[in-house]
Design a protein around this ligand. Sequence first.
Ligand SMILES: Cc1cc2nc3c(=O)[nH]c(=O)nc-3n(C[C@H](O)[C@H](O)[C@H](O)COP(=O)(O)OP(=O)(O)OC[C@H]3O[C@@H](n4cnc5c(N)ncnc54)[C@H](O)[C@@H]3O)c2cc1C
Length: 295
Amino acid sequence: MKLWSNYVMAATVDEAVKALAEAGGKAKPVAGGTDLLLELQQGRQESVHTLVDVSAIPDLQRLEVRGGQLFVGAGVPVARIVQHPFMRLHAPGVVEACGLIGGPQVRNTATLGGNVAHALPAADGMISLAAMDAVAEVAGANGLRLVPLLELFRGPGKSILTENHEILVGFYLPLRTAGQGSAFSRVMRPQGVALPILNMAIWLQRTGESIECVRIAVGPAGPTPQRALAVEEFLYGKPYTPEIAAQAVELIRSTMKFRTSPRRATAEYRTHLVGVLLLEVLEKAWQRASKLEAI
Ligand SMILES: Cc1cc2nc3c(=O)[nH]c(=O)nc-3n(C[C@H](O)[C@H](O)[C@H](O)COP(=O)(O)OP(=O)(O)OC[C@H]3O[C@@H](n4cnc5c(N)ncnc54)[C@H](O)[C@@H]3O)c2cc1C
């Protein structure tokens, strides 16, 4: 069976957006194809009329400092993110997440934009961006707009991008300054499924021995990616001590709701793991916040 009828190799953002609009909902963007092509082949995604390949668009390949922020193009393969010195200095949590996606072949092809646009609540790259408070640059028929990352999602596999025939151009992340650190960790079955049992990313700012500000993203903890807002609020301004960390663990276990998924884990196991991951990423980000250096 034919999985698509028409393949458009877009050279610019405008060409891609035009091709999506012209197909009126019967087209899909494709970047590395590591999610989409498998879904088409395995029948988990209905065949599409037109695939719009965005992987050769120069604007989606940029990775640079722009207007006082770090810009990561949606089409940048995650292997490039792992190696990039800017990313290793400014966004260690994103580097850690991207370095855990698939194996080397997958990482050479898979893009950060595809990881986000697939809209699964536990995609590793996406969760790491959520902790960085990333803002997505999105292109559609009315031009470019900026959307806070978590506002992109509507449910598992559903995003405003598909609804509006838009594409992701890239992500803006804050540049790291002294006293800031980020980290990512996950628990994964060794084989079989592409997404983790649980993952967590953190960004924090320390002042002396206290946590001035913190963001924690967890997946999967609902139909869309989630921040642990109650724990963030609890940690604001608190000294980083074993007692405070233990209270944060209790709080994250009592406030985040997990579900049992037959092929991955029970809700009870995830509730246990969320505390374990919190201690791990908190400590790593805290240590990183004491020295402004690349990982
Ligand atoms: C063996 C294997 C292991 C994997 N392991 C992991 C893992 O450990 N962790 C993890 O998080 N993921 C994992 N994945 C999933 C996958 O590699 C990632 O989600 C990947 O980052 C998707 O990027 P892509 O460029 O391949 O996207 P594609 O497959 O090309 O597209 C994915 C979706 O995003 C849309 N899309 C792509 N680019 C854009 C854009 N610029 N704008 C709008 N929409 C767009 C497509 O229409 C499609 O809906 C694994 C996959 C495989 C095959």
